[in-house]
Design a protein around this ligand. Structure first.
Ligand code: ADP
Ligand code: MG
Length: 687
């Protein structure tokens, strides 16, 4: 059977010995199927003759005759020079370290030659060339040649031979895998020819035809798994009760502002999900400060009103606490019972809390990772909200969901996710988006400053503080890692700024290594305005919401990624006043670092920034290591092939409508895709 043949070790192929198989294993090629998936990074067209006289236009691809041998230099260091000619000109090959070629490149014999020449010392010459004895059926000439990614001891010759063997052996087993009507719809070539032509194309056109089906096929099976996942989640019918949304109305009436159009729209989308007889799985994306938390709270009221329980999980203690405090202000007046849980909640408090939760006496619990630990039990968990979802693994989410009976799920993210990823990684979810910002917000003004000029930034900050506003200073490190470390760090800068620069102002320091009580105290003092300037690390990156802060100073901005920079900048610009971000960088900044800072200058909205980030880092990186395996595709590229992705998704979802069991185990391609989807299925933990 095809699948079994593909699983055979590469050593079964003619000409592959132990040494080569070791080199192959080093780049994860173990069986024949892996080998076939090692696709060329580019091709060289050696179909058409390019004579020596055309050497200026690029590589020469011609048929030559050897005319003479002589040497450059003397004694042990002498180098063979091979003189040759084609119809148009003569030239010289310099055979450094390869004097043995004299035996092979015999005078009077004809050869195929591929090389890039230079005109030097009255001669066309080169020292790197590919040459093969002239014949009617050459291996590496007269055709389009694949150029493979190399590593270790591998060379093009070895790979070409091995892959050509693999294709010869297996071509007869290769069958079409896509349904016939899709092959017709897109005019795809047969799979067998696609595999052959992706490696050894008959023509330039054949490459594109092969790519066309292989890219589509890969994305189609990917979307089938996504679609099946989506269906199985929704196939969990449940009882729902009516709601009059009394609490939501009350809460909205108590707000000092009106919800934005998009907030209302998302609440409506959630309402429809919650009233449907299968559980909600929704991703809520919205820029920093767009008011997602409030939407989540209001949506929770429907569940609480009908005596269900809600769990709200945030990635840091700082953020979870802030949410809990806000929730208390908004919800306790409505008679809702709240609780806060983190790893730092002491046993004496934890025990009664957990028992109240298990008895159903707590309506809404807000907390950190502590929420999915084993001893946390609910009486009736109906709704799970995950803030800053990218900080959690799939399994962690599942663990929390499993504490209830088909609860609704809302994932929130402040780093907007490019479409390519919402269609793949989150392809089984519904997506809601908040684009409009609360009224009266002014876009943050961003300034770049090279280190050495930072005093000017400090002065600008002082002016803002004198107006009664507050500022953040963010550093890439907590403290010096060793004596030679001259990257500015939060602890030293706290001392320096407090003593030398801002002696009249009140400064606070916050980072992950400080005791919990100290962190809370500092945060509280910053919230109430007792601290003017908060010195920190990227712990303030997520969620922190203090409207009176108008300055965000990031030193060594080149150490932060685009989404981090955007999140940090999002800490300001939350009130009615004009806010500023100062990005200070060192002269040693890399090219990519420069592009990142320019992107920050150019764009204020997270949607554009995340698209730029995708271009800089690629989808795998962007999704985080945890999930990137899923996006390591062989043929397709999520950015380049976005159109194909959309088409494949539509086709896959359509098939599942009429034939939910379409994905059959005998589809070998699918098995391979499935293997890649492991993180997606929740089988792999991220930590
Ligand atoms: P996100 O989590 O989306 O980054 P937050 O939930 O932190 O945003 O909200 C930012 C701030 O804006 C909060 O202080 C919140 O109370 C406030 N806010 C939310 N919605 C509105 C609105 N419609 N009008 C004015 N302010 C709002
Ligand atoms: Mg938030």
């Amino acid at each position: 059977m095809y699948a079994d043949e593909l699983k055979q070790k590469v050593t079964l192929l003619k000409g592959i010995g132990k040494e080569t198989s070791k080199s192959l294993a080093a780049i994860d090629i173990n069986n024949i199927s892996d080998l076939l998936k090692h696709i060329p990074r580019t091709y060289e067209n050696r179909q058409d003759i390019v004579t020596l006289s055309n050497y200026r236009k690029g590589p020469v691809n011609t048929i030559v005759e050897v005319t003479d041998h002589d040497y450059l230099g003397f004694g042990a260091n002498k180098t063979l020079k091979v003189h040759l000619k084609d119809e148009t000109s003569s030239a010289v090959l310099l055979c450094f370290g390869r004097n043995f070629l004299k035996q092979k490149l015999i005078i009077g014999k004809k050869f195929f030659l591929y090389a890039t020449f230079e005109y030097k010392f009255n001669n066309l010459q080169t020292s790197t060339f590919e040459i093969e004895e002239f014949s009617n059926n050459p291996i590496n000439f007269n055709k389009i040649i694949p150029i493979y990614p190399l590593s270790g001891k591998l060379n093009q010759g070895i790979l070409r031979r091995a892959i050509s063997e693999a294709i010869k052996e297996l071509a007869r087993y290769t069958k079409n895998q896509l349904p016939e009507y899709l092959i017709k719809k897109y005019n795809f070539i047969e799979r067998k020819y696609a595999i052959k032509n992706i490696h050894f194309p008959e023509s330039i056109n054949a490459i594109s035809l092969a790519e066309k089906i292989l890219r589509y096929e890969e994305l189609f099976y990917l979307q089938l798994t996504v679609g099946r996942k989506s269906k199985s989640r929704r196939n969990n019918p449940r009882q729902i009760t009516d709601s009059k949304y009394k609490m939501a109305k009350l809460l909205k009436n108590n707000l000092p502002f009106k919800l934005t159009v998009d907030q209302e729209k998302v609440l409506e989308e959630i309402k429809i999900d919650m009233e449907s007889d299968s559980p909600m799985t929704r991703l809520l994306q919205g820029d920093v400060g767009s008011g997602k938390t409030l939407v989540a709270f209001i949506s929770a009221l429907r569940i609480i009103e009908s005596h269900g329980q809600v769990a709200f999980m945030a990635p840091t203690e700082l953020l979870a606490k802030q949410h809990a405090e806000n929730a208390a202000k908004l919800m306790e007046p409505l008679g809702i019972h709240l609780a806060f849980l983190s790893g730092n909640v002491k046993n004496t408090q934890r025990k009664p809390l957990l028992s109240a939760l298990a008895k159903g006496e707590i309506d809404l619990i807000i907390g950190t990772h502590a929420l999915f630990s084993g001893n946390v039990e609910f009486r009736n968990l109906q709704y799970v909200i995950v803030d800053e979802q990218h900080k959690f693994g799939v399994l962690q989410r599942m663990t929390l969901l499993n504490k209830g009976d088909t609860p609704d799920l809302l994932l929130m993210t402040a780093t907007p996710i490019p479409r390519t990823l919402t269609l793949t990684l989150f392809g089984d979810m519904d997506v809601s988006t908040i684009k409009t910002m609360p009224l009266g917000r002014k876009p943050v003004k961003t300034h770049l400053s090279v280190m050495d000029n930072e005093k000017k930034v400090y002065e600008a900050v002082a002016q803002e503080i004198l107006k009664g506003h507050q500022a953040y200073f963010v550093y890439p490190r907590i403290q010096k890692s060793d004596l030679s470390d001259n990257i500015k760090n939060a602890e030293d800068m706290f001392e320096y700024l407090r003593e030398e620069i801002f002696p009249k102002f009140k400064l606070g320091l916050i980072h992950s290594q400080l005791p919990e009580e100290e962190k809370s105290r500092t945060m509280k003092n910053f919230t109430t305005g007792k601290i003017n300037i908060l010195i920190s690390t990227s712990v303030v990156e997520v969620g922190v919401d203090i409207a009176n802060a108008t300055c965000m100073v990031i030193e060594h901005a080149e150490y932060f990624g685009l989404s981090g920079l955007h999140q940090l900048r999002g800490r300001v610009g939350r009130g009615k006043e004009q806010s500023y971000a100062f990005l200070i960088y060192t002269k040693e900044i890399s090219e990519i670092g420069k592009i990142r800072l320019k992107t920050m200058m150019k764009y204020n909205d997270g949607f554009s920034i995340s698209e730029e980030d995708l271009k800089l880092r690629g989808p795998g990186e962007l999704a985080g290591n945890k999930q990137s395996g899923f996006l390591n595709l062989t043929y397709a590229d999520l950015i380049r092939d976005f159109k194909i992705l959309e088409a494949a998704r539509a086709d896959a979802f359509e098939i599942l409508e009429t034939d939910p069991g379409f994905l059959k185990p005998e589809h070998t391609v699918i098995r391979e895709v499935f293997k890649k989807c492991e993180p997606f299925k929740g089988a792999v933990e991220n930590e």
